[in-house]
Design a protein around this ligand. Structure first.
Ligand SMILES: [Zn+2]
Length: 105
């Protein structure tokens, strides 16, 4: 069976044209990556737990794990099972309950 995948060429072209418009609006000779980033990024309100993730002297690896915990995106056994994987649900640390974010923390 032949699998045909549509490449998002048109979307890439649209994004390139948007970026080209943004760069054209910036003052000539003053194009900086930070200014382009400020133009294209989606600005949302800060979440109340942002200081748990980003603070002075944070360790990036720990911040990413904390972020995944808050969003319940850790690959715990309950999440793996919900994605269709056949895994033993019992927690490896205590063998008393199903492994989930709430159980582990
Ligand atoms: Zn446990």
């Amino acid at each position: 069976m032949l699998l045909v995948i549509d490449l998002p060429v048109a979307r890439i072209g649209e994004d390139f044209l948007k970026l080209k418009d943004i760069v054209a609006r910036l003052p000539a000779g003053n194009i900086a990556t930070l200014k382009i980033l400020e133009e294209i990024r989606v600005k949302n309100n800060k979440v109340p737990w942002h200081k748990l993730i980003r603070f002075a002297l944070h360790i990036p690896k720990h911040s990413i794990i904390a972020w995944m915990v808050v969003l319940n995106r850790l690959p715990t056994k309950d999440k793996l099972s919900s994605q269709g994987l056949n895994v033993d649900m019992v927690c490896l640390l205590c063998n008393r309950a199903d492994e989930s974010r709430d159980h582990m923390l």
